[in-house]
Each structure stands twice: as C-alpha cells, then as structure tokens.
Design a protein around this ligand. Sequence first.
Ligand code: HAM
Length: 425
Amino acid sequence: MGTTEFQKPRGFEDHLPEDVPGWNALEDTARDLFTSFGYREIRVPHLEYSDLFSRSIGETTDIVEKEMFTFQKEGDRNLALRPEVTASLCRALLEHHLREREPFQKLFYIGPCFRYEKPQKGRNRQFHQVGVEAIGASDPLLDVELIQLAVRYLENLGVPSFDLSLNSMGCPECRPDYRSLLKEELDQIRDDLCEDCHRRFDRNIFRILDCKNDVCRQITRDIPEITDHLCESCDEHFEEVRSGLSDFGIEYSQSPRLVRGLDYYTKTVFELKDPSLGAQDALGGGGRYDGLLEQIGGKRAGGIGFAMGMERILLSLENQGGIPHRKERDQLDLYMVSINRTCRRELLRIASKLRTKGINVDLNFEDRSLKSQMRVANRSEAPYTAILGPDERDQNEITVKQMDTGEEKRIPVDDLPSFLGKDSN
Ligand code: HAM
C-alpha cells in the first residue's frame, strides 16, 4: 500500500465497496426482523449536549469519564458525539412527546457511535450499532420477547455460535443495600485489587465484579452475588424472565458478575458473546432501564433495549467465512464498450433508456483499446457485455457477448431488454 498524504484517523474505518454488501445485509436483516416484531425505525443526531450522556450513562462510568469525544461549548454547554444511542432516543421520545400519542413505543436504530478507546481488533473509535428500545412497559414477558429478538437477529444472519449471559442488577430498592455489602466485603481486600479497581472502589464499585484482571477475579471469588440480594419484586421479575427464556428453549448462562458499563440499568441485563473473538468478544448487550426517562426529565416508565456492534458481528461471520453475499440488485446486468467516441455517445443514449427499465448497466468512458475495455468488462462481473462499432451503429444493432461462454450475437438494439430477460416493464 502506498503512502498518501492523508490517512484516516486512528480507530476509524473506511467501508470499501466490496465491504458494503455485508453491511447492507446486516441492515436489511435488522429492518426486516425488527419490523416483524413491531419496532419502527427512528433516526436521531450523532451529536448531543454532553450532559445528556453524563446524566443517563453515569458520571463515573468509563464511557463518560474517559471515552467521549467532547467539543467546545455552545453557549455554556458542551457537545459530544454519541457514545451510544439509548440516551439520544429517550431524549427524542420526550422532546417529541411520542408517548402522549402512544404510551408504549417500540423503536429501532442503525448508525455510528463514537468512543475514544484504545483501538484494537473489534474495538474502534467509530463503530456502528443496530439496536432496539421498547419503552412504556415493565412486564418481564417484554424482556423475554426482546432477548428472543436479539438471539434471532444473530441466528438469521448466520452467526454460527454465541453465548447468552443473563443477570439482574436489582433496582433502587435493593441495590443500595447490596452496594453497602459489597463495599464492606471489598474494603477488606482493597489493597490487593488492581489499580483500576482501586479507583472503581469509590467511583463505580460494581465494575470491580467484572474486572478481567486474574488477580482481581481470584480474590473476589467469594464476594456475595447480587441475585442473592434482590428485593421480592426484582427476584420475581428475574424468575419470570428465566422461565420465559426456557419456555422458548433459549439457552443462557446466569452470570452474577455481569454488570455492564452503563449506570442506567435496573433488573434484567444480558450480553451476547462470541468467545472466538478474543478480548473484544461482546457482540451485543442490553437490559432494562426503568429509571432512565425520569433521570432525564420525563415521567417514570419501564423500558428495555439492546444494541449490537456491527463490526463485531462482521468479524464473527468473517471468522467462519460466512459474510453475507452481495444481493442480485447490486450486480450489473450489462457492461458496454465502444470502438470510438461517436459510438460511446450512442451507448450513453442506450444506457439511459435501459436504466429507465430497471436494468443495471454501465459503460466504459476511458480512451482505451477495445481489448483493455473488455478486461474492464470482465472485472465488472456483468454477465453480458455489449460492443458497439460504427457498422452496428448504422444498422441500429449491437453485438452482445455472454461472458461465461464467450458466445457472441448481433441483435437489434431494441431487443436488448428481452435478450437480457428484463423486458417486463
Ligand atoms: P454497550 O454494551 O456499551 O451497550 O454496546 C453495545 C455493543 O456495541 C457492544 O456489545 C459491542 O458489540 C459494540 N461496541 C461497543 N463499543 C465498541 C467499540 N469501541 N468498538 C466496536 N464495537 C463496540 C450500549 O451501547 C447500550 N446502549 C445498549 C442498550 C440499548 N442497552 C439498552 N438499550
């Protein structure tokens, strides 16, 4: 690869034309499936006032503390590129009073998010999420339906294997007591924890539970589990979610150490992982956030959602050689080459007519020999190439070559659509 004067910033990716069909497949599958579960697409800005994120995701989370791209203030408020979409979506829901029209809302989104993390395989500074949020209901059956949707999305894409982990984060009723208990227990071993966990002790104590450091894992082995300290309502909710998943035959492992990196969660949390991805193995995750709307100025309402990382899903499919193929509609039906510029002018007229009939056609604009134009035709992967020379042009005819057999036939230009099997309109 040659060096060019400008390169993309670290942690940002270009999606080249050969990559885009895979991305489209992820998007098309999401749109079809999510719509079939009653979700409607919403699009919200990539930039928000940064206090929306500190208020919702949490002031002391890594995402807000270290990973936000924050910009100079507008008035006296900073702006930030969104590190996730849930908070923006809830802001839009409140701002446009969507729940006044219909109190229960099922919405989905597809788009980029930005986190200033150390780039590595599966971890980018700009990455893309597909996600859903269902807002206005607290029924654990909704949790079951939503987790089923997440699982089905990966299955429909053909992700070969993944693990579902499930936990409950409790609620404002039971979590403070568990937090105090955790503090008491962890205080005794505080000096042996890693540097990060030392900091987490005061700022975000739950994250000590999912620290990846082996020493931390070892010494916190016997720490009481949150699911043994849930209030009655959280306990019942968790039980209903588990039995609902079992009814559908959805396999999961109960993971009392799963706490997730965002503070807005209450009750159900879950994550989907592909262990073959290495360190960045989370394909997606989500959970319930019954206090979030209230936190950002709305009325209290139950809500739950998940988001999947599209880069991670593509990596997972790539590992197993299964990136979805490009769709037929992305392919050219016909490529056209000409002997001289007068003929090219005629080709442009023919192409214009064919395109109005929904035929995908391209022509060569380079001043090159017929032989090298034919090489381009070959690379275009169009099944047919049309060749126009002065003689054909005078007769209002054209020569068409079937690229796989090499067979050539001269036909009237007007017969091209039927020759290509595309004369239905
Ligand atoms: P999250 O777990 O922070 O949750 O992100 C969801 C997914 O986005 C991750 O599982 C991962 O696949 C992908 N992801 C996150 N950071 C990166 C990165 N730096 N590079 C590549 N992929 C990344 C949320 O964002 C919540 N909003 C999910 C949710 C929706 N909870 C309720 N509703």
